[in-house]
Design a protein around this ligand. Structure first.
Ligand SMILES: Nc1ncnc2c1ncn2[C@@H]1O[C@H](COP(=O)(O)OP(=O)(O)OP(=O)(O)O)[C@@H](O)[C@H]1O
Ligand SMILES: [Mg+2]
Length: 247
């Protein structure tokens, strides 16, 4: 493997649900340290694509390569084991649990010899992580229920940053947030680049897409319309690619 091998490479991905073609002939390479935005109207196939990459759906045909190696995920946990994490808009956290337990949900640290939960270590690691990423919460022991939407999404992203070794997929991570909370989450997403992860983000805010992304990929009714460097395009072009109407 060399520095130019993409972290993720999708080739000719198709996905049909019965008679509905959700994704048609989709190809994209993602590099480490790059943020690519995936945009398109409702039903364009964006979430389906993220579910294919994260092992939730199997593509009908096509090729997925991770670090150059052809890969087929049997389910979401096998994608997680390979370093792929997903953040959804609906804040998939256990609200009655403290922050540190959420950080380690399904991957709890335990103590030898009895396998008891190692809460001290989890709390400490969690606190270090939220401090490092500047996610401002009262403490790692706070219950999720007592946090704001922005703080919760901060935790979800910090968790993905902790476990992802290659790729983070974000499906409208700020859709449920207010303006200030969105700004904080955008800062957090931008900081993930420094961890040399590849990032694919779905957003319906073009302002956000232009603030965050290095490249923009447009989908319309399952078809890949095109990919642009963010610095070489503008909102007018992207809108007409999304809608199919020249502006
Ligand atoms: N599990 C499923 N079974 C059947 N059809 C599905 C399934 N998931 C998605 N689809 C269909 O695939 C198409 C793409 O849906 P998808 O959720 O990927 O769109 P999207 O771009 O994420 O839209 P939105 O912006 O509304 O979230 C839609 O026509 C949808 O109805
Ligand atoms: Mg969607």
């Amino acid at each position: 493997m060399n520095g130019t091998t993409p972290v993720l490479s999708l080739k000719n991905i198709h996905k049909a649900f019965g008679g509905v073609v959700a994704i048609q002939d989709f190809s994209l390479d993602l590099k480490a340290g790059e943020i690519v935005a995936l945009v398109g109207d409702n039903g364009a196939g964006k979430s389906t694509l993220i579910k294919i990459i994260s092992g939730v759906h199997k593509p009908t045909s096509g090729e997925i390569r991770l670090d150059g190696e052809e890969t087929a995920f049997s389910d979401a946990s096998s994608a997680r084991e390979r370093g792929i994490e997903v953040v959804y808009q609906d804040l998939a956290l256990a609200v009655e649990q403290p922050v540190y337990m959420n950080m380690f949900l399904g991957r709890e640290l335990t103590k030898k010899p009895f396998g008891l939960l190692d809460k001290v270590s989890m709390r400490k690691e969690c606190q270090e992580l939220v401090d490092e990423l500047d996610v401002r919460i009262p403490s790692a022991s706070s219950t999720i229920r007592d946090l704001s939407g922005g703080q919760r999404q901060g935790i979800a992203i910090a968790r993905s940053a902790h476990w992802a070794s290659k790729l983070i997929l974000l499906d409208e991570p700020t859709a449920a947030l207010g303006v200030a909370e969105t700004a904080k989450v955008e800062e957090l997403v931008a900081s993930l680049k420094k961890k040399n992860l590849a990032i694919l983000i779905i957003s319906d805010s073009l302002d956000q897409v232009f603030r965050l992304s290095d490249r923009i990929c447009v989908l319309r009714r399952g078809q890949q319309i095109g990919v642009r460097k963010t610095s070489e395009t503008d909102k007018n072009e992207i809108v007409s690619m999304i809608t199919g109407v020249d502006s």
